[in-house]
Design a protein around this ligand. Sequence first.
Ligand code: GLU
Length: 388
Amino acid sequence: MAAKRKPLSKYRRIVIKIGSALLVDRATGLRAAWLDAMCADIAGLKARGVEVLVVSSGAIALGRSVLDVPAGVLKLEESQAAAAVGQIALARAWSERLSRDGIVAGQVLLTLGDTEERRRYLNARATMNQLLKLGAVPIINENDTVATAEIRYGDNDRLAARVATMIGADLLILLSDIDGLYTAPPHIDPSARLLDTVAAITPEIEAMAGGPASELSRGGMRTKIDAGKIATTAGCAMIIASGKPVHPLAAIEAGAANSWFAPSASPVTARKTWIAGQLLPAGSLSIDLGAQAALRSGKSLLPAGVVQVTGSFSRGDTIAVTDLSGIEIARGLAGYDADEARQITGRKSGEIAAILGHAGRGPMIHRDDLVMTARDHGQETARENADA
Ligand code: GLU
């Protein structure tokens, strides 16, 4: 059954995860013709105003092919050595081929800590946002050469989902050799049906994906459903589609079969719900009337409007914003450590560099990281407010 045509240009920011088997052929190495077509599809999306990030697997597979490592399971240090060799070739292939379409590629290698620790998370997010602002396409992979067994994703499905939530993407596309989620394993059960739309990831849907992730099912349907949970709860839709067609994105738009997972809320609402639902704030900023008005009209909180900094917090911690009498009016993620925040309190943005000795990172709290909370604060009220 053909799926519905799915125009991709209605999305603002798309993360595309590409599985190793699409990019690398065991016998012949890089699948250059496929990559060329993929780059043309990406160029087409960008030309229509969509921002694109690529999470590209294939470092280990390509490294194996360059080093001529025989088939079989690799030890951790063998796969890390293969990744070291393969990642160079992979990044170069993306960079060269995208440049033919006039697109600049930027390599981003992430470990689990870069997406899960607040401070590193904010830095990685800032780098990717800056690349997008400059019109470049981030080419992302796990930093396999240094990630150790306990602290690695190991699969790029979940890494791609975390990247999508970090940068507020509204669509994640997982391209591999699987064209979607089936009601049962299609190679075992001939009556298995491809699900065109998944409204919510229920226990039934999880059961269709098979047992929990294991070494053998890595990158299989299980990690794709895990990725779906991460993405959809953060407000990002997900498509699982086959990357086998030569122009896989064009195929999705033309109506090739795939599974579409609905987001549970918009990315901004989901993010703000999360901020409002954080446990006790680590500190607070009291702000003047001008800043209060700015916040109510949806602007970021600038240092100039801050009157006092209370508590000890780090950049990325959730902090409260209060009026001059100490009543909470908003909550957000701190753009600065408390010490730095104290130094720039009440100062103009143009003065920050001279005071801190570095250019700073802009607002005290960025509007994307800020949620207005009720005057009679408390978590329930905050949550209701974020949902509204
Ligand atoms: N990071 C791995 C690589 O580049 C791929 C992980 C995966 O296939 O999900 O080889």
